[in-house]
Structures are given as structure tokens and as C-alpha cells.
Design a protein around this ligand. Structure first.
Ligand code: WTA
Length: 668
């Protein structure tokens, strides 16, 4: 079994990791030169960005077009940041219009490949900046005609089709915000998010292609709308893009086809001048308690930071034949920042793929790289571990020589996977950037600069410009080198979250109260004697399953909502492919009898509430959960049991030692 970065063995192996991969001149040449000339220059620039953030970011922001200038770069009253104060701009203008105005209307901005391969070849679309401008403007006018105004939040629940970024940019264009919901979420997850955002307009597709089958998006939306009306929330309009063309339920008073609403819409729609601090989007992510929280990102700071990180971390250069492919779904922050908002302003084509990596076969990604001459490939460790398992014969079938840079994101990468990626995909020649960041940070916060920062497998290396990252103890005191502690960021940065939608107390409580004055990331980490960061995993009740964040409480509530379950405790466990898998300890009520059939039923039940990613990998039935005298579930003990480790924990405080014995004996 590959060592999991969250298991204790892998922390030991990370501590021992000392293979250094120094940047080479050939790598820099392939990428048209490094973004900064040396580690010393990085250090000097970083020091300046921390000492004088206004000077530093004021200069970076000059590369963007603003409709009115800022009166000051930053106003900081912890935890409230305002960046580019009083300035107005529009991110859509900087992502698209500006390229058209600069004479690049015919350059390709978006490359899209569909999943089905009807006659051997998939559907492919190349959208130029000029075409994007027309499509976005048309849909922006369509949204206006549906009554969407500045300040509204439009919900987008779509597959990976070009119309998703088009809809996002259309919202931005008219000053409305969007809330993208991952297409893999079922109806109950839509309900919570639509209600929280008070969305009156939902944009969806009839269906989405996934591994050869249709995900019934429109049906899920209808189910959600019915549940919402029961809670007195009225969704006024549902715009449906035709993609999979199966029969779908239709409500003529509410539903309209995308092709109909754009048919007569004008391609003329001026960008709204929005305030730098106007809401760009809300994106829901799991926390340790309660329902997912809507992370708020605003316009100016997010625009500057995501495009600048993309340029520096991926060494993006327009007009040099680069093709950037991020394999994330746009339903997650990685897709928001590094398929859409961070890439388009750099005028490098961004590639979007609709479907699964193993459809119709395990070489699909490598086929895509070969077909589109991809130069930059950005994916997650969980995907890399799956590629490893599928075998190197798959990438070997394809010409991957166009690749110049590889990236990873989402979870700690185990050194074995790093080395495999380096050798099998990067042919030992491409730099790898292991980028650490979060929905809350908006963009990369700890990452190597390619061709500059020497890399060590498993380390996300050094803080990006403007990021004052540190490892501290409970009191905010910095830890000595190589000592684990809490990861914090001590200064504001442009794309930091501006809050949790509608929940100021939770915003303060989650990020700012445990160590006053510092942003608490929720990850444990250590910094080595070189100053490199090594992320050790979440320190809260969030688990990172295949790079997707899940709150253990969400899964517990989903389990308890099943009629036969009275109590459930969920913890992470090492998993060969997913990094962390989900282990559930379940106590049944009088009506429930432990059985394999019930286990499958519970898995399906969780999927119907939270989506397939939340399905427990292991379920154990138990008569009682081990608890402390004060009634707290002993999660550390459960984690040890789930990992098959012998618990060294003092169990004398266990109220029910029988429960412990039963859990240990009751194997899957
Ligand atoms: C984890 C994804 C180690 C971490 C962009 C973080 C990582 C959470 C890395 C955020 C990395 C992300 N190395 N761990 N390079 N990147 N993480 O909000 O636990 O979906 O807190 O954002 O993923 O997940 P989120």
C-alpha cells in the first residue's frame, strides 16, 4: 500500500525525504525563461512583499485594467481587508474584452473536449476571445432579461461544458455573483446552497456526461426546487442547457432552454463597473461543524492574485504555444481560479475536459495531452495515485513531449507519487509545482516557483509573494524548525476570503479566534531547516477525501438521517488512492440488524444526501461508541482502529470498554 501522507508512517517518511530536484537551465528555456532570476531574487521580492504590501501589490495591479483607480491599496482591520479601495473594474473585462481590444480576438482562449467518443473522436470546441466575448455578452443580456441584477447570486449547477465559465463570466459582467455547485452533488446539497445564497435563478444542463452515463442534473434541480418550495423559497427561473438530450421534466412557467434565451439576445453588453470589494462569487466548502459554509470572494484582490499566481507559479506566457490544462472540476475552487479566472487574463488557452479520466480507457488524459499539445498539466495527488495503479503503459502510448510543467494540488503528495509523476509523466524533465492553498485563500499561498525553487518530493516549499506563513503553537508562538504546529498566515493577502456568507460569527470563530490576529488555515504543518513547508493534514474535523473536503459531521448527520441508525461517528483512514478514506462507526436502533446489505444501503443513503464522494469506505456496526466521561466520542481511538493501528491511548476514561473491544473484533 502506498504510504498515505496523513498516516504516521508517511510523516516519518516525509521527515526522511531529502532528495532535492534543482531547477535546470533546460527547464527555464522550455518555459521561455523563469519568472524571477534566482532564489535570492525570490527572497528579496518576498521580503519586500511582506514589508510593503501596498507598494508590492500596487505595482502588480498595474498590469490589470481598472475603470477608476484605487485611493489606497489596502485597508486592514483584522479580520477585514479591503484591497484596491474605491477602485472599479470588471474581471470579465480583464479576462476577455481586453484581449479583444488588444487585437487578439481570434486567439484561442478556451479549448474544450467532450467525453463521448461517438465515432472514435470526441467533440472538440475552440473558443476564441472574440467568440467568448459574444457568448458571454449574449448570456449576460439573457440573465438581465430574467431580472438578474447587481448584487444577486445566481446558482450554476452544470457539467464541465464551456457554458459554465461563460455563465460565470456573464454574471461577473453584469455585477451579479455566482454560486457554482459541483455537478456531483445531489438535490439536498443544492437545497442548502440555494437557500443560503437566496438564489432565484438556477442555470443547469439537461444532463452531464460522466463515464459514459448521464448525470441527471435537471432532475436533481427539480427535486431541489420542490424541496425549496416546501421551505417557502421560490426559484423563479431555471435555464437549461441541452447537452445530453434525454427526456427531462419541464415546467413551462419556470424552465427555459439556454439556446432560446440567448437566441435573440444581443452580443452587446457593456461590462458593469464594479467596486473592487463587490462580491464576485460564493463557493461552499465543508467545515468542521454544521452545513457547508459559503466562502465569499470579491473582485479586485481575487482578480489580481489569481492571475498573478497563475503567471508566476505556472510561468504563463501568451503567444508562445502554451496550453494550460487543469483537470479539476469548476465546481471546486481549483477550477474557479485555475481554469477560469487566473488563466484567462494571462492570454494562455485554458483547456477544459468534460468527463472521467478512464473513459473510454485509462489513457484518456494522455490522449488529451497529445491531441491538444498540452504544455502545462495541473492535477491532484489522488489522480496521480490512480494513474500509478493503472500502470505506466497508458502514458507510454502517447506523445507527452509537449509537457513543460506539472502541478499538483488538493492534498499532500506522497513522495512515491511525486517521483512517479516526475518520471513517467514529466520524463524527468518537467518541474513540478506542489501548490498548497484553500478555497479560503483564493489562490496558491505556498508553492515553488518553477525553474527557481529547488523542490523536494512532498513539500509545497515556500510562501508565495505577500504570504507571511508560519507554523505556530496554540498561543501563536512560532515553532522551531522541524516541529509540527498550526499553519497560519499573519498578514492579509489580496484574494483572502472576505467572510462566510451570512455568518459573521462563524467566520471569526473558524479562522480568527483561536490565535487572534492570524488566519488559521486548519492544517497541521512543519517547516524544515531550509524554511520549506510540509503539510501534515487537517487538524480539525475536516477530512480530505481524494482532494475534496468533507466535514465528518456532515457524513455523521447523513448516516443518522437513515431510519435504522441512532448514532454514528466518522473519521478519516489511510486510503491507497484517495489519500484519506471515510470510516464510519454506526450504532443501529432496535429496527436495524447488521448486515452487508445494510452497509450498502447506508453507503447509497449517504451518497443520496451528500454525493458519491462522501460514501464511507468502511462501515462498522457497534453497540456503543467509545466516549469519554463527558460524553465526547473518542475520535483518536476510532482513527487508530480504522487505520488498524494499535492504540497507545489511555483508555481508562472509556465509559464502555466493551464498546472498544467489540469495535476491534468486528472486522469488515
Ligand atoms: C489540502 C483546494 C497539502 C489542505 C485548493 C487544505 C493540500 C485543503 C495542498 C483545502 C497541497 C490543498 N499539499 N495539502 N499542495 N493543497 N491541500 O479548500 O488540507 O478544497 O486545507 O482547496 O486541501 O482544500 P480546498
Amino acid at each position: 500500500m502506498a504510504s498515505s501522507p496523513t498516516s504516521s508512517t508517511s510523516v516519518e517518511s516525509l521527515l526522511k525525504e531529502n532528495r532535492i530536484f534543482a531547477p535546470t537551465g533546460a527547464q527555464a528555456a522550455a518555459l521561455g525563461g523563469a519568472a524571477v532570476s534566482s532564489v535570492d531574487e525570490y527572497k528579496a521580492m518576498h521580503a519586500r512583499s511582506i514589508a510593503d504590501p501596498s507598494g508590492f501589490w500596487g505595482e502588480v495591479a498595474q498590469d490589470f485594467e481598472w475603470f477608476t483607480p484605487w485611493s489606497s491599496v489596502l485597508e486592514w482591520h483584522c479580520p477585514d481587508a479591503r484591497w484596491f479601495v474605491d477602485a472599479t473594474t470588471n474581471i470579465c473585462h480583464n479576462a476577455i474584452d481586453r484581449h479583444v481590444l488588444d487585437g487578439h480576438a481570434h486567439a484561442v482562449g478556451l479549448i474544450w473536449e467532450g467525453e463521448p467518443q461517438a465515432h472514435g473522436l470526441p467533440e472538440i470546441r475552440h473558443l476564441s476571445y472574440g467568440e467568448l466575448l459574444d457568448e458571454v455578452s449574449r448570456f449576460a443580456n439573457a440573465l438581465k432579461s430574467l431580472g438578474v441584477v447587481k448584487g444577486d447570486i445566481v446558482t450554476l449547477y452544470m457539467g464541465m461544458v464551456p457554458e459554465l465559465p461563460i455563465a460565470m463570466l456573464a454574471c461577473a459582467r453584469i455585477g451579479a455573483a455566482h454560486s457554482v455547485i459541483f455537478g456531483g452533488f445531489p438535490a439536498p446539497s443544492i437545497v442548502d446552497r440555494v437557500l443560503d445564497a437566496k438564489s432565484r435563478v438556477i442555470v443547469t444542463c439537461d444532463g452531464a456526461w460522466r463515464r459514459g452515463s448521464v448525470v441527471p442534473l435537471k432532475q436533481n434541480v427539480d427535486e431541489a426546487i420542490a424541496l425549496l418550495s416546501a421551505q417557502a423559497h421560490n426559484v423563479e427561473h431555471c435555464v437549461v442547457l441541452k447537452r445530453t438530450a434525454q427526456e427531462i421534466p419541464w415546467n413551462a412557467a419556470r424552465d427555459q432552454w439556454w439556446h432560446d434565451v440567448v437566441a435573440h439576445a444581443s452580443t452587446d453588453c457593456a461590462c458593469e463597473a464594479v467596486d473592487s470589494e463587490d462580491l464576485l462569487f460564493v463557493l461552499y466548502t465543508s467545515g468542521s461543524t454544521g452545513k457547508p459554509k459559503g466562502i465569499r470572494h470579491t473582485t479586485g484582490g481575487y482578480m489580481v492574485y489569481t492571475a498573478f499566481t497563475a503567471r508566476m507559479t505556472f510561468n504563463l506566457k501568451p503567444n508562445t504555444g502554451q496550453v494550460f490544462w487543469c483537470t479539476a472540476d469548476i465546481g471546486w475552487v481549483t477550477g474557479h481560479s485555475y481554469i477560469v479566472y487566473g488563466i484567462l487574463p494571462n492570454r494562455v488557452p485554458t483547456l477544459m475536459y468534460e468527463g472521467a479520466p478512464n473513459f473510454p480507457a485509462e489513457d484518456r488524459f494522455w490522449e488529451i495531452i497529445e491531441r491538444h499539445r498540452v504544455t502545462h498539466f495541473y492535477t491532484a495527488p489522488t489522480a496521480i495515485r490512480a494513474f500509478m495503479k493503472w500502470g505506466e503503459e497508458h502514458p507510454k502510448k502517447h506523445d507527452l513531449t509537449t509537457l513543460k510543467l506539472l502541478g499538483t494540488v488538493g492534498e499532500p503528495i506522497n513522495p512515491e507519487a511525486w517521483i512517479w509523476y516526475h518520471e513517467q509523466i514529466g520524463a524527468s524533465r518537467c518541474p513540478i509545482v506542489d501548490t498548497f492553498w484553500q478555497t479560503e485563500t483564493g489562490g496558491h499561498v505556498i508553492t515553488p516557483l518553477p525553474c527557481v525553487t529547488p523542490t523536494l518530493p512532498g513539500s509545497c516549499t515556500v510562501p508565495f509573494f505577500g504570504i507571511d506563513a508560519a507554523i505556530v503553537d496554540e498561543h501563536g508562538t512560532e515553532m522551531p524548525a522541524n516541529t509540527g504546529g498550526l499553519l497560519v498566515i499573519r498578514k492579509p493577502w489580496p484574494s483572502m476570503l472576505r467572510g462566510i456568507h451570512g455568518d459573521r460569527p462563524r467566520f471569526i470563530e473558524t479562522y480568527w479566534s483561536r490565535i487572534p490576529g492570524m488566519y488559521l488555515a486548519g492544517d497541521g504543518a512543519r517547516r524544515d531547516e531550509r524554511g520549506y513547508f510540509w503539510i501534515m493534514g487537517r487538524v480539525d474535523d475536516v477530512i480530505n477525501v481524494s482532494g475534496h473536503r468533507l466535514g465528518t459531521m456532515e457524513v455523521e448527520s447523513a448516516l443518522v438521517s437513515h431510519a435504522s441508525v441512532v448514532e454514528a461517528a466518522v473519521v478519516g483512514m489511510p486510503h491507497e488512492i484517495k489519500g484519506t478514506g471515510i470510516a464510519a462507526f454506526v450504532t443501529l436502533g432496535p429496527g436495524g440488524t447488521p448486515s452487508d446489505a445494510l452497509k450498502s444501503e447506508l453507503r447509497e443513503h449517504v451518497a443520496s444526501v451528500l454525493g458519491a464522494i462522501a460514501k464511507p469506505d468502511m462501515i462498522r456496526f457497534t453497540n456503543a461508541l467509545p466516549k469519554t466521561r463527558s460524553g465526547k466520542i473518542m475520535r483518536r481511538l476510532l482513527r487508530d482502529i480504522a487505520a488498524g493501528r494499535d492504540s497507545k491511548q489511555d483508555t481508562s476514561t472509556l465509559d464502555d470498554l466493551g464498546a472498544l473491544a467489540a469495535l476491534r473484533g468486528n472486522d469488515e
